[in-house]
Design a protein around this ligand. Structure first.
Ligand code: PLP
Length: 236
């Protein structure tokens, strides 16, 4: 068994245990493999071991890997910060975008989604820890943003995504994820929208996220090992 296959088995076990503890069906938790900075060969190995959904943060890097892996039936998710000049390629080459945090980006993604493809699945990224440096929409602005994004014809608003400030305290992790869940519930109640996707939980806090209702956990390090380089911001 390759290391990646072993890691997938371990992460699968963590997901099953966390789902069981939360009395959830483990099949309701999607494993999104975050392959940023990792070579296409790692993605191929992960696919051979059963994974289909891959998340990338840097557009040029993602497009190169998609080309290399075009023989595989993979589902690609964009999870990084989005500049407006990248919207066309993102709308063309991804099935999901988890990191939409302003209306202009959602409008462009909708306009530029090619005819003949299903609507682009969108999550709104919420800045749940209130850090000035992080991307994400402020919780107070979420209602207006969600109601506008929900009107766009070629995107499908699915739910919320969050990247909390890292902490090793499981109580704090859960409290933060619970706030994300609460925001999604509020949007559902106030807008009558079918927002059931919660994209939350990474290698160090997937248990807490699953306990609070995560439907996608985005896992990099625990599957592919530590990342030993970060592409420069210019390659976004
Ligand atoms: C890198 C990244 C992840 C994966 O983080 P790990 O801690 O390596 O599991 C998840 N989500 C986003 C948005 C990321 O950029």
């Amino acid at each position: 068994m390759s290391n990646i296959a072993k890691n997938i088995a371990k992460v699968g076990e963590r997901i099953r245990e966390a789902a069981q503890a939360a009395q959830r069906d483990a099949a309701s938790v999607g494993l999104l493999a975050v392959s940023k900075t990792k070579p296409a060969t790692d993605i191929r190995a992960a696919h051979a071991a059963g994974l289909n959904d891959f998340g990338e943060n840097y557009l040029q890097e993602a497009l190169a890997k998609q080309l290399e892996l075009r023989d595989l039936p993979l589902t690609w998710h964009f999870i990084g910060p989005i500049q407006s000049n990248k919207c066309k390629a993102i709308a063309e080459h991804f099935a999901w975008v988890h990191s939409v945090d302003r209306l202009k980006i959602a409008q462009r993604l909708s306009e530029l989604r090619p005819e003949g493809l299903p609507p682009l699945n969108i999550c709104l990224q919420v800045n749940i820890s209130g850090e000035a440096s992080k991307s994400g929409c402020a919780p107070e602005e979420l209602l207006a943003l969600a109601s506008a994004v929900a009107q766009l014809p070629h995107v499908k608003l699915r739910g919320l995504m969050a990247i909390p400030e890292p902490t090793d305290d499981p109580q704090l992790q859960r409290a933060t994820f619970a706030r994300v869940r609460g925001l999604a519930e509020e949007l559902r109640a106030r807008l009558g929208l079918d927002l059931h996707t919660l994209s939350m939980g990474m290698s160090h806090d997937l248990e807490a996220a699953i306990a609070e209702g995560a439907s996608w956990v985005r896992i990099g390090t625990a599957l592919f090992g530590a990342r030993d380089y970060a592409p420069p911001p210019s390659s976004l």
